[in-house]
Write a protein of this length. Structure first.
Lengths: 872, 410
């Protein structure tokens, strides 16, 4: 067998398709016949220095794929399978893997490193490979360089794979010591030093304790800073990557080093090779991210007990940092605007400048203005572009007062440049800058508007004309129009400054969507997005023009559905277009459906439109499905109970959407649409409820479905219960236990990070909305007492929420509402239970005194309902 | 992701339109869900709060313990009768502010309707009965009606549902004049514009026999109040037109406004001697006092304020006086406005010449609003006249032909 597997592995990489297929089949059979022996042969192949590198490498990859998968549930299954494997086989495989790290063949070592890390990810949390770390650490200085390199690489991969709490501090210390030693300038082998530097990047998350110790931190920082000066570019880059990671993980420890880091990064930005310079810029962008977060969280007011203080590193570095960033702006690449994947020092520098402006606000303006003034009219396009980009970058952050005069002054210059500058790159950036001006400085909240009767016509003329320019410039003009329109969105008036140009704008955007080259630079998408925004800001006066758009867009959608034979590339484009058209119709439905006179006229298209949406579901594109589903939700909301006539045809697609685990966005949207439909149909949804509930319950029990879909599913239980009232009774035995266990899970939040806390609150809110809906749905029904057995755990959930003290206002409002609903529906029977629970006293009191009027309002209702329940 | 792959978004907005579409849909769903729960809770309370626990004006009950509405304890539940119910109910109706200046764009954005004199109340029909409750929570009538599920009559059966109307009960012809619709057959109209609600109100009411004369299964007639676009002819019809009820001023509704519980500037009330018998407030004896009287709420710090959110401060009592008079924070106090009147600077109240009269009638749940005090103040001095409304409409109509830059900015 051992001989054969080498041949299979080589054949599986053969050029001849038949040979390859045959070999893959053989490998598959081997795996199915005897898994332990199969895995062991693979490990043996990988470890055997007499075998060809190609077969060893593939053996390692197959072994890795037998331990790990992208999808969470699959990964879990593979882990379980490994754990259940024969202990002897497992022990032998581990030995083979460790042995491979000493192989002279680089590819074999590197593959083994990855497999070991995946295996560690399964075994270390279960304490099943206790000697692994020790074994790796014993690969010390006496061994050949290539073994040390492989060992360090493996340690790095392991740190990437597992969470810090799995490794005990003693081992962490030893790993860090080994890594830092490998990074030291005394290490003469560059491969070892590079592997060590990359390993440190992954190990930084484990170094909490070490970073709290001044001496150890000083030492690590010194080694990292030294590595940024290595003659080897890859080592310098890896060292800067460590600095970037340190800037976010250990922001609060940086103070003593920031001066030195500034010097190092400044030098790199000015003279180092681009991959290194990019990381140097990224260090400062990352510091900006940290400070923006901190300042947002505390609103600029720090006290002794703020969790993380702001050190104002950016503010202090400002006078020196700004010139460095401005200098990078002049290093543009030709045609970078046509290249989707481009990322260079000029782009990174401008992005960082934008973040700096958001961090420090007004202070950035006087430091940037001289550069802009000096360069904006220069003959060299690079200077004009850099100046414009600098201007656009600082428009978010500084106060309107600081910017208004400058912007008013610059506006006509920009409009002129967008039309007349000979360079496309300059026009592109100018269009983007105009968009930023409208995004941040135009809208009903500004006292002195920058769009006036005097300049509005010129602005629109220029933007519409630029929509006929090359695709990347036209795309920016569409983007600028988007924000121009957005500024008028909350106007109460039935006529705005856009009104006189409304028809021209719509026509120009439609023309763009029909351009031959609209597929380039995401031009078509930008045009439809602007069209959507223009629709959103239409008023009584301009609504008829939007109405005329309906048959046009429907016709276009119809055309995409006509059966032509398409290449897969063409079909992708077709699906993208369908998504855009459904998106546009959705916006129109939402807009016209919200006003009575337009809704009446608009409804004449409902049947046809629904027909088109249903046909979109027969195309295989997640984006198009999602958009069609959203549009149908909006339509159901507008149509009300008449939507029932579409249900028999629509139902199977609804079910399909609920089964779409893979594209979880589609699933989430569909869940929301079930809510829309329950509200529209009320009890007419009853015939479909069995199917819908079955699917929702399956979704909840699946570990394949993305967790973000689960809270809306709970809310959806509530929507259905409100719609069908006491008929929900047959689902109680399934829904209630699920709610109860989710509720119990959602109050255990110790040690959760911000994301987890946010998710937990969303989950709680979903559960509570389900309870409210179910309780209110049974209100007044003779079956309401079926809920009595569930009252204790609902109240207990409310009590635990109150005790946990980490609710946001939304959860608080929903929770106290549930208390009221419970009292309201169950009445006197529940009175003793209610009187026993903490929620009905302390929690209620706290809500009654809340700053948030929605919380207060819900609490006042709960108070009334409770009083009624206990006074019977 | 390998760290060197890091790319930040370049020249891209932070939020894609696709993401916005998703979020706007979620927001719509969230609002609809909240509106439905809100309506159900209101209906449930309207139906089941026992009438005998309501405060009655003839038999004042003890003032609540200080701050009792926020310091609630179940053990005291039996003592808690009136104030919470009154406060909660009063906040559920959409309460117009008094018109103290004329809104822009009256003819474009507003409706006008004559306001019947009578008792403002919610009418809810469900499960074979109909109940009307006044602003303070008191049941006005419990009766059969032709509203959906408003009587035991089986004619109009269908799935169980509830409906809630915002009405004024007009004593003389024993008719409920419907001025707004909150909920119809369990469908909540909270998040719909006035335009939408008014037009549906008419067609929904027409589906029932609620507008028929009284009969065995229909004790009171329901009637619609005519509503007009607030242009010159609409205002004229509302102001001078014949109506079957006693008129008490005019109501103005912004056509884009949702049904918003509590005080709102998007609905306004205005009156003069021609269209109302009750322009200037009277005292408990029905006499017009020589000086304007106002009711204000005493705060912890001695300030006396209106019931607006946020409250407007009219004055500050000294602590010694408060102690001597045995006043507690939260008390409603009656004052007369002296000859010094109200001093307004840049549209803001700067000083008020207040004279303390005593505690206010206990049946009251709230202090006066700022707009009410100002309206009453103007009525006694330089009232806002019908001519002012006409003039505003005329200039707004003239202005409509030129694009209205000033309007948006102003």
């Amino acid at each position: 067998m051992a001989m054969e597997i080498t041949q299979f592995l080589l054949n599986a990489q053969a050029v001849d398709g038949n040979v390859r297929k045959h070999a893959e089949e053989n490998i598959r059979q081997f795996q199915e016949q005897n898994l332990p022996s199969f895995l062991l042969s693979l490990a043996g192949e990988l470890a055997n220095d007499d075998k060809p590198v190609e077969s060893r490498k593939l053996a390692g990859l197959i072994l890795k794929n037998a331990l790990d998968a992208k999808e969470q549930h699959r990964k879990f299954e593979l882990g379980q399978r490994w754990i259940a494997l024969d202990p002897n086989a497992k022990a032998q495989i581990r030995v083979c893997l460790l042995k491979t790290l000493s192989s002279p063949a680089h590819d074999a070592r590197s593959t083994a490193s990855q497999v070991i890390a995946k295996l560690a990810g399964i075994e270390l949390p279960l304490k099943q490979w206790p000697e692994l770390i020790e074994a790796l650490l014993s690969n010390n200085n006496q061994l050949p360089a290539h073994t040390r390199q492989a060992t360090l690489e493996t340690l790095g991969y392991i740190c990437e794979e597992i969470s810090p709490d799995v490794i005990e501090q003693d081992h962490v210390n030893k790993i860090l010591t080994a890594v830092v030693q490998g990074m030291n300038s005394a290490e003469s082998n560059n491969d070892v030093r590079l592997a060590a530097t990359r390993a440190l990047y992954n190990a930084l998350g484990f170094a909490q304790a070490n970073f709290s110790n001044d001496k150890e931190r000083d030492f690590i920082m010194r080694v990292v800073c030294e590595a940024t000066l290595s003659p080897e570019v890859k080592i310098r880059q890896a060292a800067f990557e460590c600095l970037v990671s340190i800037s976010s993980t250990y922001y609060e420890k940086l103070s003593p080093y920031i001066q030195d880091i500034f010097s190092i990064t400044a030098k790199a930005m000015k003279e180092d090779e681009e991959p290194v310079a990019l990381q140097a810029v990224e260090f400062w962008s990352s510091i900006c991210d940290e400070e923006i977060d901190i300042l947002e969280e505390y609103g600029g007011e720090f006290t002794g007990d703020s969790v993380i203080p702001c050190f104002y590193f950016i503010k202090q570095a400002l006078p020196a940092l700004i010139p460095l960033l401005l200098e990078t702006l002049l290093k543009q690449e030709e045609d970078q605007d046509q290249d989707e994947g481009a990322w260079n020092i000029a782009m990174a520098g401008g992005t960082c400048l934008g973040l700096v402006a958001r961090t420090v606000g007004d202070d950035v303006v006087p430091l940037v203005m001289p550069f802009i003034e000096e360069n904006i009219s220069k003959p060299d396009w690079r200077q004009r572009e850099a100046a414009t980009y600098a201007f656009g970058s600082v428009l978010e952050g500084p106060s309107p007062e600081k910017l208004m005069t400058l912007v008013n002054h610059a506006l006509s210059f920009m409009l002129n440049a967008l039309m007349k500058d000979p360079n496309n790159h300059v026009k592109d950036t100018t269009g983007w800058t105009l968009g930023r001006i409208f995004e941040f400085l135009h809208g009903s909240t500004f006292e002195t508007p920058i769009i006036t009767q005097a300049n509005c016509q010129q602005i629109i003329t220029v933007l519409l004309q630029s929509m006929r320019d090359v695709p990347n410039v036209a795309e920016k003009a569409c983007g600028a129009l988007y924000f121009l329109a957005q500024g008028f969105e909350d106007s109460e008036s039935s006529s705005t400054q856009l009104t006189p140009f409304f028809q021209d704008i719509i026509q120009a955007l439609l023309d763009v969507t029909h351009r031959e080259d609209a597929g380039e630079s995401r031009l078509r998408t930008a045009a439809y997005e602007s069209l959507n925004e223009v629709v959103r800001c239409c008023t009584d006066e301009t609504a008829p023009m939007v109405m005329q758009l309906v048959p046009l867009i429907m016709m276009e959608l119809h055309q995409t559905l006509e059966g032509q034979r398409l290449s897969s590339d063409e079909r992708d484009k077709q699906n993208e277009l369908q998504g855009l058209l459904c998106g546009c119709l959705q916006v129109i439905i939402q807009k016209l459906g919200s006003s009575e006179p337009t809704k009446y006229v608009f409804m004449q298209y409902a049947d046809q439109m629904m027909g088109l949406f249903l046909r979109v579901f027969s195309c295989k594109s997640a984006t198009a499905h999602e958009e069609a589903m959203l549009a149908i939700g909006a339509l159901a909301y507008s149509t009300g109970s008449d939507f029932a006539k579409y249900m028999s045809e629509f139902y199977k697609y609804l079910e399909m959407g609920l089964q779409n685990f893979e594209d979880y966005q589609v699933c989430a949207i569909t869940v929301g649409v079930v809510g829309d439909i329950s509200r529209a149909l009320e009890d007419k949804i009853l015939p479909y409820c069995d199917g819908i509930m079955t699917q929702l319950l399956k979704d909840l029990s699946s570990n394949q479905l993305h967790r973000s879909v689960k809270p809306p599913i709970f809310s959806c239980f509530g929507d259905l219960a409100l719609a069908i009232g006491e008929n929900f009774d047959k689902y109680l035995m399934y829904a209630m236990p699920m709610l109860q266990s989710a509720a119990e899970l959602s109050v255990q939040t110790s040690g959760a990070d911000d994301d987890m806390i946010e998710y937990t609150n969303t989950l709680r809110n979903g559960i509570l909305e389900a309870y409210s809906g179910i309780l209110q749905g049974f209100k007044g029904s003779s079956k309401s007492q079926l809920l009595m057995p569930h009252a204790p755990h609902i109240l207990q959930f409310l009590d635990s929420l109150y005790m946990a003290k980490d609710m946001d206002d939304v959860v608080m409002k929903t929770a106290i509402g549930v208390l009221g609903d419970l009292a309201d529906t169950l009445g006197a029977n529940a009175a003793p239970l209610i009187q026993q629970c903490v929620s009905s006293r302390d929690f209620l009191n706290e809500c009654l005194q809340s700053e948030d009027h929605l919380v207060r309002e819900a609490a006042e209702w709960a108070q009334l309902a409770i009083r009624r329940a206990i006074s019977f | 992701m390998a760290p060197s792959d890091l790319r930040r978004p370049y020249k891209r907005p932070q939020l894609s339109d696709q993401q916005r579409r998703r979020e706007l849909s979620l927001k719509r769903q969230e609002q609809s869900r909240d509106a439905e729960l809100h309506a159900r809770r209101l209906a449930s309370t309207l139906l089941s709060l026992p009438p005998e626990q309501q405060p009655s004006e003839s038999e004042p009950e003890p003032e609540p313990e200080p701050g009792s509405s926020s310091d609630y304890d179940l053990r005291d539940a039996s003592k808690l009768k009136g104030p919470e119910a009154r406060k909660w109910f009063a906040k559920q109706l959409m309460l117009p502010e008094w018109m103290i200046d004329v809104p822009h764009r009256l003819p474009h954005d507003w409706y006008v309707l004559p306001r019947p004199a009578g008792k403002r109340c919610f009418v809810v029909s469900s499960d074979g009965t109909t109940i009307s409750r006044q602003r303070n929570g008191t049941i006005l009538h419990r009766f059969p009606s032709a509203l959906p599920h408003g009587s035991r009559n089986r004619d109009g059966s269908g799935p169980p549902s509830y409906s809630i109307l915002d009405c004024i009960f007009h004593e003389m012809d024993q008719t409920y004049y419907v001025i707004d619709m909150v909920c119809w057959k369990s469908y909540s109209y909270y998040n719909c514009t006035a335009e939408f609600r008014f037009s549906w109100l008419e067609s929904k009411l027409a589906e029932t026999k609620a507008r028929d004369p009284p009969s065995y299964y229909h004790k009171y007639r329901f009637s619609l109040v005519p509503w007009y676009d607030c242009d010159l002819s609409g205002l004229h019809k509302a102001y001078t037109g014949e109506v079957p009820f006693v008129k008490d001023g005019l109501l103005f509704y912004n056509r884009h406004a949702h049904y918003q519980p509590g005080n709102t500037p998007l609905a306004l009330v205005w009156k003069d001697e021609y269209c109302s018998q009750y322009v200037i407030d009277t005292d408990n004896k029905g006499q017009v006092p020589s000086h304007q009287q106002v009711v204000l709420e005493l705060q912890d710090d001695g300030k006396v304020t209106t019931s607006d959110d946020p409250p407007v401060v009219f004055s500050c009592l000294n602590l010694e006086f408060i102690q001597q008079s045995g006043l507690e924070s939260g008390c409603l106090l009656r004052f007369a406005i002296g000859d010094g009147g109200l001093t307004i600077v840049d549209g803001k109240l700067e000083r008020a010449d207040l004279h303390y009269l005593g505690k206010s009638n206990r049946a009251r749940a709230f202090a006066d609003t700022y707009s009410k005090i100002m309206f009453q103040n103007m009525v006694r001095g330089s009232p806002l006249r019908i001519d002012d409304l006409v003039a505003s409409i005329s200039s707004s109509v003239d202005g409509a032909s030129i694009p209205d830059v000033e309007m948006i900015c102003g």
